[in-house]
Write a protein that binds this ligand. Structure first.
Ligand code: GAL
Length: 309
């Protein structure tokens, strides 16, 4: 699979799983993401600003044993076509779906950025399922801890505690909000980190007791330089360190934007979206291995191809 391009599933259809995540459950990898498989629209706002969008279709799921051959499992959460007030209505925004498995309840919990077309709601939605291939039942939408929330991810720590990382204060600062034990809500505890650094698209992992967060800058669908931050605990004082990308176009994250970091066979990999704002359904993907140095730096060189594991 050529990094940076749109990939196909085992049936030869374009993989529609943008802004996604990959988790492993019982030996199988599951890739969830935004299905953007429709034509672009231009949304015009009262401010005069415009943004390219695709009406909400739903959240796709693909499965694989080797992270290379992906089988489409269908839409695990579908848009709402009738009720304009519903957070999943086709006219809204549903982005960056992240799924975590809760060992205590045995449920798969899906968090996503839900918004109005002009991004003025700035909240999250939560859905649950008994099965990784859905269907997921939508539980609620909320503005977590009364703080605006746009790009986000969910991170499950070693002790089973899960956290919502979300850009807040109009993307100026990152919040890390602890989830309830069943992962379906925030529990009220949160910290604000990377104050005024204007980072979004957070992707988080932990290695040898150090936590790392890769983020992008805030330039909508356009690429910019990634930065990584690190911290010895999830809710401590995160420090921005450097751009982890190396090689040509490293200052533009190889024309991609971070969506998630997953672990496979002891190694960590960064997923990128290569947004095509003129035709979002053709936005490409990359998966790049992450090298963690002995002095806690991340190095992410470009690779032409993703060969799986
Ligand atoms: C990006 C964000 C995407 C999407 C886009 C819309 O900054 O990372 O998830 O929200 O803006 O313009």
């Amino acid at each position: 699979m050529k990094n940076g391009q749109i990939w196909q599933d085992v049936d030869g259809n374009d993989i529609q799983a943008h802004g996604g995540c990959i988790i492993k459950h019982n030996g199988l990898y599951y890739w969830y993401g935004e299905n953007k498989g429709a034509d672009n629209k231009i949304a015009r706002f009262v401010t005069g600003q415009t943004v390219s969008r695709v009406d909400v279709i739903g959240i796709s799921c693909y499965t694989s044993t080797d992270l290379l051959n992906w089988k489409y499992e269908g839409l695990v959460l579908e848009s709402n076509k009738d009720d304009e007030a519903h957070p999943l209505h086709t006219s809204k925004v549903v982005e960056r779906p992240k799924v975590v498995y809760n060992e205590k309840t045995g449920k798969f919990v899906l968090w996503m950025h839900v918004d109005r077309a002009d991004y003025s709601y700035a909240g999250v939605g939560v859905a649950i399922s008994d099965s990784p291939t859905g269907p997921f039942t939508f539980l609620h939408a909320m503005v977590p801890n009364k703080q605006d929330s746009r790009d986000m991810t969910v991170y499950k720590d070693k002790d089973g505690t899960a956290y919502l990382f979300h850009s807040k204060d109009r993307n100026k600062t990152m919040n890390i909000a602890r989830l309830t034990e069943d992962y379906t809500n925030v529990d009220g505890f949160y910290v604000s980190v990377l104050a005024d650094q204007e980072r979004e698209a957070p992707a988080v992992f932990e290695k040898d007791g150090m936590y790392y967060m890769v983020t992008s800058g805030c330039t909508s669908w356009d690429p910019n330089a990634a930065l990584f931050a690190c911290c010895p605990c999830v809710n401590g004082k995160w420090k921005l360190i450097d751009n982890p990308c190396r090689g040509e176009n490293a200052d533009k994250t190889f024309f991609g934007q971070s969506s998630y970091i997953f672990e496979a066979e002891g190694k960590f990999y960064l997923m990128l979206d290569h947004w095509q704002p003129e035709n979002l359904k053709k936005s490409g993907y990359s998966i790049l291995p992450i090298e963690v140095t002995d002095d806690n730096c991340l190095l992410i060189p470009w690779q032409e191809e993703w060969l799986g594991i």
